[in-house]
Structure formats: C-alpha cells, structure tokens
Design a protein around this ligand. Structure first.
Ligand SMILES: NC(=O)c1ccc[n+]([C@@H]2O[C@H](COP(=O)([O-])OP(=O)(O)OC[C@H]3O[C@@H](n4cnc5c(N)ncnc54)[C@H](OP(=O)(O)O)[C@@H]3O)[C@@H](O)[C@H]2O)c1
Length: 301
C-alpha cells in the first residue's frame, strides 16, 4: 500500500486529494500546524517557527506532497506577510529536507505545489511555457524559491515534480466561491480591463494530475497545471453568470479601485496571460474539464 504524506492537507486541494487517495486505498498522513481529527488519516504536527517536526510523520512514507503555504491572496502584502508567504513554503521544505536526509529508508517522490505566478503579473499575447524564465516580481520570486526548495530533494535521490497550479475552481472555496457571491445577487462584474486571461483549472483535474505525478515515473520537473482553454476575465464572469442563470450588466470594477483596496496584491486579479498546458497533455494526461462552461456546470449545482 502506497503511503503518502501531505503538508497543508487541510486546505482546498489537500482535503479533496486526501479523500481521493483514501478511496483508492492509499495510506494518508497529514503534516499540519494543529491537530485535526480526520477519518482514515494520521495527523502529525510540525512547528515551523521552532523548526520542529514529528519524525513519525515520515516513517515508511513513499511520497510527499508539499501543499503548505500561507494564502497568497489572503492578506495585504506587507514585508512581514511577504516573508511569511515565502517561509511557509521554503523553510517548511527545508525542514523536511533536513529530516529526510537523516533517514535510512527515504521516500521516493517529492511533489510540490507551485503557481503560474512564476511567469509574473503580466497581460500579453504571449503563451507561457515551462521553459520560460521566472519573473522578478514578488510572485515570480516566491515561485522560483519554492521550486528550488523542492528540487533540492533530488540530491537525496527523490524524483521531484513541481506543479504550477492555475486558479483552482472548486465548489468548496477558493476563487470561484468568492466570484459566485456577487453573481448570485446579479451584480457580478469583471475586474480592471477584463482582457487579462484567467488560467483556471477544475479541482478534479488538479487531483488527477497529482495522482499521475505519483504514479508516472517518467514525470519529473515543472508542469503547468491549467486547463487548455483560453478565457479572459470578461468571458469568465459572463460565462459564470450564464451558467448561474443570472443577469450580467455591471460595468467592470476599475483597476485603480482595486489597487487602492488591495495594494500590490491587486496584480493577482488585474493581470494574466495564457499559460500552455501542452507539456502535461504530451505526458499523456487527458483533461476531464478542458472547457469553462462544462467546468462551471459541474461545480455549480
Ligand atoms: N487554490 C489555488 O487556486 C492555488 C493556485 C496556485 C497555487 N496554489 C498553491 O497550492 C497549495 C495548496 O493550495 P490550497 O488552495 O489547498 O491552499 P489553502 O486552502 O490555502 O491551504 C494551504 C494549507 O497550508 C497550511 N498553511 C497555511 N498557512 C501556513 C503557514 N503560515 N505555515 C505553514 N502552513 C500553512 C494550512 O494547513 P494546516 O492548517 O493544516 O497547517 C492550509 O490549510 C498552496 O501552497 C497554494 O499557494 C493554490
């Protein structure tokens, strides 16, 4: 039975992934900042400030899935928050690295979340591919450091995979839930120019791609994890209103309002370019939800 350790498993992706892994007979350990009682899961504690980790969490583990991280869009980007965003991803990986380097029997695979923020907050006609360089803005820097901290596990003989997630669409939280609320009251609108691309992905495809990364020994290195379809913000919000059977007439929220409200963080919603999903398709992955309308129809019941 394959044993998987998931960090940040109480979050949007980790909770869905855990359910799926348990359903297909994987053994699941969680590494969390606090004790949680989750059926069929053994939860172990780590404390990143004290650099402490329960070593039992790694006993006989085959695969590590590193999802932990302070929410990028949760709080304004003060210097302190920026440090927290980086440390919660990078220092946590370093802590795991130190612990694993002491083990005689090491895990075989290290899979880490990353994000399409790697390519930076930019709206352009370019389609970004995995071999493009990282951007030098905050998100680009976070992703570069995050991926490097994950690639270091190759020094210990592990196969590593870095998954650059787009905006994950789920009925249970994340970006879609926030967008659905105004749309429900008939006041949904696009943000900024509305021409920025939203590289999105259905949660089921995220979970299936993580599963493929576990099973397919040929997978290693970075992969964009976004649906193949190219939708800008205007199309995205209009399609959402249509699937929800709601009117769509509100003007776009001007960029300056968002910049005032959110500061530098507003770039997350105001900028976006198309990101290629060709590499993951070439690896043999077939998307369950390549189309935005179908994804919304499945998620919005
Ligand atoms: N959802 C998306 O659209 C999206 C897009 C791109 C990239 N990603 C990345 O993919 C990963 C998983 O995404 P998600 O949506 O499942 O995230 P999430 O719902 O925000 O969950 C992340 C988990 O990380 C742990 N965590 C939070 N703050 C932390 C801190 N300061 N130090 C250490 N651990 C902390 C928490 O688990 P415990 O409370 O159990 O410790 C939390 O449940 C994240 O790193 C995220 O940045 C997500």
């Amino acid at each position: 039975m394959t044993k998987v350790l998931i960090t940040g498993a109480s979050g949007l992706i980790g909770s869905g992934l855990s359910k799926k892994l348990i359903a297909i007979n994987f053994q699941v350990n969680h590494l969390s900042r606090s004790k949680k009682n989750i059926p069929n899961v053994s939860t172990f504690i780590w404390d990143l400030n004290k650099k402490e980790i329960d070593a039992n969490s790694l006993k006989n583990v085959d695969v590590i899935i590193h999802l932990a991280g302070a929410g990028i869009a949760e709080k304004r980007w003060t210097d302190q928050r920026k440090k927290e965003i980086i440390d919660s991803r990078v220092e946590s990986a370093n802590l795991l690295y130190n612990e694993i380097s002491k083990l005689d029997s090491k895990p075989k695979v290290f899979i880490s979340a990353s994000a399409i923020g790697y390519y930076g907050a930019v709206t352009s006609d370019k389609t970004f591919v995995e071999s493009d360089p990282h951007a030098n803005d905050f998100q680009g820097t976070v992703c570069k450091l995050w991926e490097e901290s994950s690639k270091q596990f190759e020094n210990l003989g592990l196969r590593t995979v870095q998954l650059r997630f787009g905006v994950v669409l789920s009925e249970k939280g994340g970006a879609l839930e926030k967008m659905m609320l105004p749309t429900k009251f008939g006041i949904g609108s696009a943000l900024g120019s509305g021409k920025q691309i939203i590289p999105w992905i259905h949660i089921d495809d995220v979970i299936n791609i993580i599963l493929e990364s576990i099973k397919d020994e040929n997978m290693s290195g970075t992969y964009n994890v976004v649906a193949p379809s190219k939708n800008n913000y205007n199309e995205f919000t209009k399609t959402l209103a249509k699937v929800m059977n709601k009117p769509f007439f509100m003007p776009n929220v001007p960029a300056f309002v968002l910049k005032l409200a959110l500061g530098e963080m507003s770039e997350i919603v105001l900028e976006g370019s198309h990101i290629s999903s060709e590499k993951i398709i070439q690896s043999g992955y077939e998307f369950k939800y390549p189309d935005l309308t179908k994804a919304f129809e499945n998620l919005i019941k």
